[in-house]
Ligand binder design. Structure first.
Ligand code: ADP
Length: 329
């Protein structure tokens, strides 16, 4: 029998090439080997999105799911759904919170980092933010997923999920499989500012669904080697993010670009034009598919309804088992 993968993404609207190379591409590939459960984690989004901004969540889900489908996530083979459409996860979260020591949560390195980023104190942040890894554990084990694709930075979260599972199983008897990490060597894509991780919140991204013209305009704003001031100055491709992006989008032209840049026969403007062309060319089939999918009214809703119903069937069974173990049924 195939193993089961669970993975989630916050509904962040249209995805960018960092999301694709760092995560989505891998999601598509995993479908060959596993039964995959892919979730738009809208409840998780509420740890940082509040008030007026929550009005965007629904359209962000739609845009993101269109990207998933256009990239090759197959709703026949995989289960695609929205976290809050299967509310059993919130019940399981409450049950798991009864066996999770607070100290474990306060020690998670990303928790301290988040608190710092929000310019808050540990006392001031929401209870939901502290409990984020418990909800993540509930997400995974509600579907009895045995495999979770993670980057190195996510390993502490998964280790915590495994500890919660071990503790639950120890107290109430074997109920959940311990989810195993599947380490993915995903590249970290730097944004057009040449410094930070590509991210929508930093506005340094190239959207997968951008038009060819938008892509050209965005890429022309990219920072290259800051020491290359005049056209005749030789460049240093090893510090230039445009060069790094060529590795993904123009792999056959790498040597030529390297030589042209270091010998100053290729200018930055021309170099960026070449990158934009490479991106447009690589994404053309994706964009074509996305346009076709967008034109089908009700498609995303239908996919998500069907996904939620398949997910809920599994979720209900798991939850009643957990409740029974805990003396609630
Ligand atoms: P999360 O869902 O973890 O809050 P995001 O919405 O930022 O994160 O991204 C969704 C997925 O895309 C995650 O798996 C994340 O690691 C990946 N990702 C995001 N930005 C980049 C990037 N610049 N380079 C590589 N991978 C990225």
């Amino acid at each position: 029998m195939k193993g089961r993968v669970f993975s989630g993404m916050r509904p962040s609207g249209r995805l960018h090439i960092g999301n694709y190379l760092g995560a989505l591409q891998n999601w598509v590939a995993l479908q060959e080997e596993y039964q995959c459960v892919y979730c738009a984690v809208d409840v998780h989004a509420l740890t940082t999105v509040q008030g007026e901004a929550t009005k965007e969540i629904r359209s962000d889900i739609r845009e993101m799911v269109l990207d998933w489908l256009a990239a090759g996530i197959d709703p026949q083979r995989s289960i695609l759904f929205v976290q809050s459409h299967v509310p059993e996860v919130m019940v399981l979260h409450t049950l798991l919170s009864m066996v999770t020591p607070l100290g474990w949560l306060l020690r998670v390195p990303t928790f301290k980092e988040r608190v710092r980023q929000m310019h808050e104190t540990e006392e001031a942040v929401s209870y939901g933010l502290v409990g984020y890894p418990v909800l993540m554990t509930a997400d995974i084990i509600l579907y009895k997923a045995d495999t979770v694709p993670v980057g190195e930075d996510q390993l502490p979260h998964l280790e915590l999920a495994r500890e919660i599972v071990r503790r639950f199983n120890h107290i109430y008897g074997p109920t959940f499989p311990e989810p195993q990490p599947k380490l993915t060597q995903a590249p970290l894509i730097i944004g057009l500012d040449g410094q930070n991780k590509m991210s929508k919140s930093l506005d340094n991204q190239v959207e997968l669904a951008a038009t060819e013209e938008e892509t050209r305009q965005r890429v022309m704003q990219a920072f290259t080697d800051p020491q290359r001031i005049r056209r005749t100055d030789p460049g240093r491709p090893w510090v230039c993010n445009v060069y790094s992006l060529h590795k993904h989008f123009n792999p056959d032209k790498l040597d030529w670009v390297y030589e042209g840049c270091t010998k100053a026969t290729l200018g930055c403007v021309e170099d960026k034009r070449l990158l934009a062309e490479g991106i447009n060319c690589a994404l053309a089939p994706f964009r074509e598919r996305r346009r076709e999918l967008e034109a089908k009214p009700g498609l995303v809703d239908e996919v998500l309804r069907d996904g939620a119903s398949r997910a809920q069937e599994i979720a209900r069974k798991t939850l009643s088992e957990a409740m029974e173990r805990m003396g609630l049924r």
